[in-house]
Design a protein around this ligand. Structure first.
Ligand code: WTA
Length: 650
């Protein structure tokens, strides 16, 4: 039991200087809801437009007249907003501060001027290689400045980037390349994380042997570790060789606000990962505005988001948001526990980080090591702490607050999704008192609601599924190549509303508490994995007849992956086969999808019509056999007893 406070008020000295205080939050929120077009029209003026938008919002979630358009007659270029317009005042300011995996290697500061130069050179090189507006480029890079350079170079010439996280396997790269018909891949010889090498170029080579990938004409390879790679001419080219002689200026493409900026693949409850498509004007307006407001950004802040650019957090809050705001952003190649558990805090001291943004899973893993590694550092530069990616348990929240922030720094627990482009529910640090575990209140323009299973909107303190009643500029516009899937996935469950896939509680103060996914998506260490993807990887193994995958509570990862596997008749289970299947999933999808437990299931609990009852499998995985509920509709109830008896211990 604990007598720790349930509410942590905004620190008064923070509130006194904050961009948004309590009164302003109430007033601006009201304005943003009463007159969204007026509000977001004013906000858009923060960007440099080649043609200022006059039509601000045109949205209908109605299924017979579905469209989402923001700033539709505006024209701009995202790279100009992130680079060119910073040159006059901030040319020598550090844009990216690269901190390598190995602390004994030097950190490198990339100024806005240098970043601009590097982006222009790569953009020119891409044009020379035949890349045109609307072409798709896959980026498979480690956390090095070239990742941001590559994204911005695409944006400069209107090419649509698709960043694939370095932890994905050749199969996953191939799926993504083939889905968007990429013309070119930008990769590196190797990545390095926690001292371990990741064979990025070799993974690309393997991916390009797979069917569906022959649209790729060119692979650009950044020399990063200097490790040996197999260059296949003329397809493969060294990055430096094609970029070095290029001019340092590059005419930006004029982009319509609704032209695509990027595709980012994410897992859903069914089928293969979908290509979440974001457009230029609304996305950039939204991420730059939220980054400034939610983090209470100041000119001299040193901002560090520990996410990887392979995820949406890296897109919105390492690259586009911070650079559009002329901020200094740390880009960290490594991991929290290398060379030791003090690394995060050492980097904070080294670079005098003021704003720090990380994931609950990292906080829990570091908390387990005790206070020592934190207290060995100063952290006095810090003034704000943020979390993202999954619900944070109050115990971890308090440790973050008390030990890491020494009670001085407000904590922002930011709820959002790949689909939402930017942060939607979060405390504003100078305006909203925190409650550990709650993402608190909606950002400007966001209209959350809680519905029951029938789509009835519930009032007051309540619990149900989280929906959003209206659009915001950063909302995704489509599933790449499959617009109907976009509508079906998000707007059909509750017609006229965007369904988030999350469960949520609202308390008597109107605070939102996200309770986790209510669909078949597992959130492992803040990474989304579809149970259907893991199942299809398992059944593609010749010895597997059937598989069912569920999430279970995991102390560090938030959720772990629990797989039930039925073998083909005549195949015997064994420890070796178990290991082989786990390795198989890693090979098929990537290490992010490694099952934590794999249980042999001679049979799976099914209804008489053959539907697998996941509710029961979840309870067994959770080790709650007394909560199995009604099993009378099962075709063969004895299956359950046997699964309970042979449960794998967590
Ligand atoms: C979960 C990451 C609770 C949620 C930006 C959401 C959170 C999914 C929070 C999206 C939070 C993200 N509190 N849950 N502060 N932030 N989530 O697309 O389940 O990788 O639907 O985007 O993460 O994950 P995604």
């Amino acid at each position: 039991m604990t007598d720790a406070p349930a509410v942590y008020p905004v620190p008064p000295d923070f509130a006194a200087k904050a961009r948004v205080n309590r009164e302003q939050y109430e007033r601006l929120y009201g304005e943003s809801i009463d007159d969204p077009a007026g509000f977001w029209g004013r906000v858009a003026a923060r960007l440099d437009w080649m043609r200022a938008p006059t039509k601000i919002k045109d949205v209908s979630y109605k299924l017979d007249d579905f469209h989402i358009r923001w700033y539709e007659d505006g024209e701009l270029n995202a790279s100009v907003n992130c680079l060119d317009r910073q040159l006059a005042e901030r040319g020598d300011k550090t844009a990216l501060l690269f901190e390598p995996d190995d602390p004994n290697q030097p950190a490198r500061a990339v100024s806005y001027r240098e970043l601009h130069r590097r982006v222009c050179k790569l953009a020119n090189a891409l044009r020379n290689l035949g890349v045109r507006k609307g072409d798709r480029i896959t980026i498979y890079l480690p956390m090095i400045p070239e990742a941001a350079v590559a994204m911005l170079a695409c944006a400069r010439i209107g090419a649509i980037h698709s960043v694939v996280f370095g932890g994905f396997s050749p199969n996953s790269i191939a799926d993504r390349v083939s889905d968007c018909q990429s013309k070119l891949i930008i990769t590196a010889d190797e990545g390095v994380r926690g001292g371990k090498k990741i064979p990025l170029k070799a993974n690309v080579d393997a991916a390009l042997k797979l069917p569906g990938t022959n649209t790729v004409e060119t692979v650009l390879v950044v020399r990063h570790t200097g490790g040996a790679v197999d260059m296949q001419m003329p397809r493969d080219r060294w990055y430096e060789a094609v970029v070095d002689d290029q001019p340092e200026q590059c005419e930006p493409e004029r982009m319509n606000a609704e032209d695509p900026l990027f595709i980012l693949y994410t897992s859903g409850s069914t089928g293969k990962p979908k290509g979440v498509m974001h457009t230029t004007g609304g996305y950039l307006t939204y991420v730059s505005y939220t980054h400034e407001t939610v983090f209470d950004l100041r000119e001299d802040d040193v901002y560090w988001c520990t996410a990887d650019v392979g995820w949406v957090t890296g897109h919105s809050y390492i690259v586009y948001g911070p650079l559009a705001n002329g901020a200094t952003a740390v880009m960290f190649e490594g991991v929290p526990n290398y060379p030791d558990f003090s690394r995060f805090w050492q980097v904070i001291d080294k670079h005098k980080v003021t704003l720090f943004y990380t994931a609950p899973t990292a906080i829990r893993a570091l908390m387990r090591e005790g206070d020592g590694p934190v207290k060995a550092t100063s952290r006095k530069s810090l003034r704000l702490l943020g979390t993202v990616g999954e619900p944070i348990n109050p115990e971890a929240w308090r440790w973050y607050n008390d030990v890491v922030g020494e009670g001085r720094c407000p904590i922002i627990d930011t709820w959002w999704q790949t689909e939402t482009g930017g942060i939607l529910i979060t405390p504003l640090p100078g305006a909203i008192d925190a409650k550990p575990g709650s993402a608190t209140k909606p950002f400007f323009g966001i209209r959350p609601a809680i519905v029951d299973a029938n789509g009835q909107i519930l009032d007051g303190a309540t619990e149900g599924n989280l929906v959003l009643l209206d659009s915001w500029p950063g909302q995704m516009r489509s599933v790449y190549g499959d617009h109907q899937r976009f509508i079906d996935t998000y707007f059909k469950t509750y017609p006229g509303m965007y369904f988030t896939g999350d469960g949520c509680r609202r308390d008597a103060d109107g605070y939102y508490w996200i309770t986790g996914r209510v669909d078949d998506v597992i959130n492992v260490s803040g990474h989304r994995i579809g149970t259907a993807e893991v199942e299809s990887a398992l059944v593609s193994h010749p010895k597997v007849a059937e598989a069912a995958v569920v999430g279970f509570p995991h102390d560090i990862k938030g959720q772990g992956i629990y797989a039930y596997v039925t073998l083909v008749a005549g195949e015997a289970d064994s420890e070796d086969l178990r290991k082989e299947l786990v390795a198989w999933v890693r090979k098929e999808i990537g290490p992010v999808a490694t099952p934590d437990h794999l249980q042999w299931a001679p049979g799976l609990p099914k209804t008489r019509s053959g539907k697998i009852m996941r509710r029961i499998l979840r309870k067994i995985a959770e080790n709650a056999p007394d909560q199995l509920g009604d099993t009378s509709t099962l075709a063969d109830p004895s299956v359950v007893e046997s699964l309970v008896k042979h449960r794998r211990d967590a």
